[in-house]
Write a protein that binds this ligand. Sequence first.
Ligand SMILES: [Zn+2]
Length: 356
Amino acid sequence: MPLHAELHRHLGGAVAPRIFWRFLHRQNHPLATQFPVYEEFEAFLTQPRASLVEFLELHTMVEQVQTLDNLQYFISKLVRGAYVFEGILYLELRYTPYYRTDTAETQSRRIEQMAQIITTIASAASMPDYPVVLKQILCMHSCLPLEVNKAIVELATMQREHVCGVDLAGPDFLYRNRLSELVGLFEVARENGLKTTCHLFETSNGFYPEFLPYLNRIGHGIQVALERPDLLVEIAKRQQCLEVCPTSYLKTGTLPDLTSLRQVFHNCERAGVDIAICTDNPGLHNVRLPFEFENLLSLDIIDFEQLKRCQVAAYRHAFAWPHNEPPDSIVRDIINKQAGTMTGPDEKPKSSCHLQ
Ligand SMILES: [Zn+2]
């Protein structure tokens, strides 16, 4: 029964290595010749990188394959896998639409093509047998010029049916020289009524508190809890949620191991800051959402009560979950209703007998 909400997952990192490898070989893609053996491909994709910048090069490799013509294939596999193997019911999928457009075209033509990317993803994600509620987060990117990032915010504003928010991704050291420009884009997004999240306080390069007043959620944010716990007070007041993606920090070389996350969970809980546990790139990491949960439990970083609170927080901070409560409340209703039915139409429930 799918019950989980996933708030931080990149399209470029979400495709399972085997599905990606098979696709390359069926299409006779040039990358296929580099990796004739699947196991070598999987090892290449999932090995830890020395830095976030090095890790992001993998996304560039995937993006060149996830073009408009191929999106239907990748999205349908991704939704099916999320539903069947991960128990995901609500998924916010993020990507930079500009990087899925035709690289042979001019910048203005590529900006025009972005709308088509959104509708193609939305229609591919609509699968009656795998009814995941999938909403899109459009990522601005620190490598893209202002004009393109501005167009991404405008597009998100116009495509409310499919898009639930905006984000900023890309190497975080590049934020520094464009800080007022990038913060200004978030200001515009909020003025337009968009929900916002931003890759922030992920690495030691990502300390930019200037963004915080304009965000609903913080993409990662682990360094706040570790290095700037003083900021947690304001974050709690603004009811901002951290999107913590444990395996990511090992794959990008941000943390040597996951033990310091214990402090992240502890400090956030003490300050009243919610955490949603997410995957970031389950395909490139080869770790699906239930295993992120299980890893944290096995390593004694959180207990089951904390896990439950994080799972409920994911629904509370979801940008487009259409109900007041998480889906397990519906399951409880079904079970209670069934228990009532089993007593038979003329019989009174046993508890009523005691009351008479
Ligand atoms: Zn991310």
